[in-house]
Design a protein around this ligand. Structure first.
Ligand code: SME
Length: 151
């Protein structure tokens, strides 16, 4: 399965006005987890009101304790302040990392912008070492751009 081939379905899910925006985001999490072998946990975090912290809005995969993540903490909290994609080929090599499950080997976090402002992010964990390529970054940037249009 090529990531490129998933784009029409991503757009279709996100533009379905019959369901709430949170439900559409939830469907995206499940769609990506179910259709990309190396995506084992997929979630969307957003800035929590005017606080300098992220709040988990929806996800697919194992339940996590990390519903709230302060800016600067972990991979997610670092992306909240850097505004840059963060690809972690091997989580064991990271000092500032918040472990969610012992199965997780790698992670990618891509920020989500609305009108140029970093308002959240898509976070993906993988049970495989070093699976995330440039194609994943470009694809997840596309997903976030499509999400941004409906927010
Ligand atoms: N590993 C993340 C925390 C979120 S979980 O992956 C769901 C981090 O270091 O920010």
């Amino acid at each position: 399965m090529q990531l490129e081939d998933l784009k029409p379905d991503v757009t279709g899910i996100l533009t379905n006005e019959d369901v709430s925006i949170t439900e559409r985001l939830n469907q995206i999490c499940h769609f990506l987890k179910d259709n990309v072998d190396h995506y084992d946990w997929v979630g969307f975090y957003f800035k929590n009101g005017d606080k300098d912290e992220l709040k988990l809005r929806t996800y697919a995969g194992l339940e996590t304790d990390h519903v709230i993540i302060p800016f600067g903490k972990g991979i997610c909290g670092q992306v909240a302040v850097s505004n840059e994609n963060f690809v972690v080929p091997d989580v064991k090599a990271q000092d500032n990392y918040i472990a969610c499950s012992i199965n997780v080997k790698s992670e990618i976090v891509v920020p989500l912008f609305k009108n140029g402002e970093n308002i959240g992010q898509i976070d993906i964990d993988s049970d495989t070492i070093d699976p995330f390529k440039k194609e994943d970054e470009r694809f997840l940037e596309f997903v976030n751009q499509e999400v941004s249009k409906i927010l």
